[in-house]
Write a protein that binds this ligand. Sequence first.
Ligand SMILES: [Zn+2]
Length: 449
Amino acid sequence: MKRDSKQYAVDRKGMEMEKGRIGEGVKNLSPIHRFSDSPFRFVILSLVVFLFASSTYAAKTSYAKTPPKNALVKVTNIRYWSNPNYTRVVIDVSREAIFTHRLLKEDPAIKKPRRLYIDIGKANLSPSLKQPIPINDGLLRMARAGQYDKNTVRVVLDIESIEDYKVFPLSEPFRIVVDVMGKGKVRSLPPQALSGGQEPSDSGGRSQPTPDKPTLAQQLGLKIKRIVIDAGHGGKDSGAVGKKGLKEKDVVLKIAKGLKETLSKETGAEIFMTRDADTFIPLEERTAIANTKEADLFLSIHANASLNRRASGVETYYLDLTNDEVAIRLAARENAVSSKKMSDLQYILNDLIKTSKTNESSRLAEVVQESLVSNLKVKYSDIRGNGVKGAPFYVLVGTHMPSILVEVSFISNSKEEDRLSDDGYIREIIAGISSGVKEYVKMMEVALE
Ligand SMILES: [Zn+2]
């Protein structure tokens, strides 16, 4: 009770403090900023910086560019994706930050619903986040952020009705992901609530409602009704680039488009793509698309790369922890984080991995890997099957369905780069993955009868 009243009071205080533009003030604390108008002072300062740099390890990087250790991080954006049974909210923070979270009970005395808050330490709020962000998807009413105290930003999610939630960070750039889940049954909502009409226009967040009209797969009573295909990378992120210039983002898009065509013809399932053009989509958004579409399968398509130019072959992954150094390096590259960050990540993800569909995902991976390798072997020599492995890929974290990541060949290997440039080889990759998926679908139909 007491905490709630305090929170309410401080929320209001936060709004007032925001008017004082704390964020701008902190930015100006940098000594370079304050003295740069005087050339003389700048020389003195440079000398100080030079002495500092030569005597401390910490000054290895440019002092002028590195924010002072006690500088506040900035909470810059709140994005969300939702359907009536699942909402993913992502809080963007300018640098790595410490955070805590807590679920609060409904408090009728101060007219507050049940709510989940995330406190971000040593942080200030971007002025653009002053306005609450309405969500109104049946799970969450809104997201609102305030300067809780001088050093803490509090993001509050007002809850309508949720069953479960998870909060975890992703790195480089640092962001905090909040997944909330409903009762498991999609409730019917009025059309205006589903249309995402109240979504924030400038936050990048968007609603992706599940269509109500029965699909062919539903009419046929299929168990696998929807499949989401994810072409890795895109836009500013080329992925791996071969020696002759072939880009992973282009190859995997071609494969993903082919998979969409083949699988929609041959399985009767509805097929969605996370991207169908050369666009950049953050990894956490791809997962959110699979979950908001309520997909029954999720396939992420990639091409492998190694510093060892002789490395070649096909491998398929599902989400798991691993000690395998090669797999850790690969996951670090696909996650766009340093290998050092991966050990933190494995620790953080432990809980999330335990609740993921590991068994189903590894079975799907086995079937697709086997089918892809044997199909390629029919027409091509020297096809290596490197097997199925578990590794912590961001894009697979938090998916609600069996999910795999296929590394179709090595773009860093000159022979495989040539093959990946050839439409005939791409066709065989599409056929191999498709028949693996079809086999898995068939297994599910039999198992569930
Ligand atoms: Zn990739």
